[in-house]
Design a protein around this ligand. Structure first.
Ligand SMILES: Nc1ncnc2c1ncn2[C@@H]1O[C@H](COP(=O)(O)OP(=O)(O)OP(=O)(O)O)[C@@H](O)[C@H]1O
Ligand SMILES: [Mg+2]
Length: 285
């Protein structure tokens, strides 16, 4: 049985259809990436999964139970890093975490231990008495992740969790997400950093205009595209443009090289970014 089931879900805002008849099953322990251009419907899907928005049509089941705003039992098992900040900027780092712990009715003895652990884990200890508005954007993101983990959730929703985080910070956060993955948490993440999805996700869903048009492992998607890519400059109506050709094997790619011998080229492995670019540039008008 799948842990999460989205069945024929549509979300309309007045006459506008943001999510259009989506069906999706997510297994326990899966690290799922929702990828798609701005406005594709990713955040709307996450909001429905976490009970913040009600589907206009269709149902969402988590662990066999229908998800709704009032499903407290499921909500206790969920952690959310929303796309936009959910921190109280006037409060300190520590106070924000205490506030979150109290919402889950965690007692002081327990939350003191948990907060200490999370501050260390997210490398925020030295800032614990600093008001949030005095933190950098990346530090605030790390605090949002700590906050999402306060109740030791087994299902975690991450909506662009590393947006605006610098390279080192991002790598650190990836390590944390890898730990979640190895301990068997179920994670649903949206991101515009495709290499992030490639690195972390066991499954990716490609979404456009409220519809899922691909749902597969990064590996299968790359195989389908062609494992090897030749990237080269070509003259198109007097303008030099980068072109991409995909091939099943390195051999096939290399055999193609003489045809483009007059230009600079690279033969490399296909990335998820190639797949995404290819599919969305065809899909998005
Ligand atoms: N409360 C709302 N009222 C009206 N329209 C909305 C509302 N929330 C979202 N939308 C619309 O629904 C569509 C999907 O929005 P959503 O936030 O889910 O996109 P997204 O895929 O998360 O995009 P991004 O990558 O920019 O975060 C957009 O066209 C958006 O304008
Ligand atoms: Mg969004």
């Amino acid at each position: 049985m799948d842990l999460i089931e989205i069945v024929n879900v549509t979300k309309k805002f007045d006459n506008f259809t943001a999510v259009n008849n989506v069906n999706l099953k997510i297994k326990k322990g899966e690290f799922l990436g929702l990828l798609g251009p701005n406005g594709a419907g990713k955040t709307t899907i996450i909001k429905m999964l976490t009970g913040l928005l009600k589907p206009t049509e269709g149902e969402i089941y988590i662990d066999g139970r229908k998800m709704s705003r009032n499903n407290v039992e499921i909500k206790k098992r969920i952690g959310i890093v929303p796309q936009y900040t959910n921190l109280d900027k006037e409060l300190t780092v520590y106070e924000n975490l205490v506030f979150a712990a109290k919402l889950f009715r965690i007692n002081k003895k327990q939350y003191s231990i948990k907060i200490k652990e999370l501050l260390e884990f997210m490398e925020l200890e030295e800032y614990k008495n600093r008001q949030v508005f005095k933190l950098s954007g990346g530090m605030q993101r790390r605090l949002m992740i700590a906050k999402a983990l306060i109740n030791e959730p087994d299902i975690i929703f991450l909506d662009e969790p590393t947006n605006g985080v610098d390279l080192n910070g991002r790598r650190r956060i990836w390590d944390i997400f890898k730990v979640m993955k190895t301990v068997g948490k179920t994670v649903i993440m949206t991101t515009h950093y495709i290499e992030e999805a490639d690195y972390l996700c066991s499954m990716v869903c490609l979404i456009n205009e409220g519809k899922i048009f691909k749902n597969d492992t990064p590996d299968n998607l790359k195989r389908e595209q062609g494992r090897y890519t030749i990237e080269y400059f070509d003259n198109q109506n007097g303008q030099m443009v980068t072109k991409y050709r995909h091939f099943k094997s390195k051999e096939e790619a290399l055999n193609h090289v003489p045809k483009i011998k007059n230009f600079h080229y690279t033969v490399r492995e296909t990335t998820l970014e190639d797949v995404f670019y290819n599919l969305t540039s065809r899909k998005v008008v």
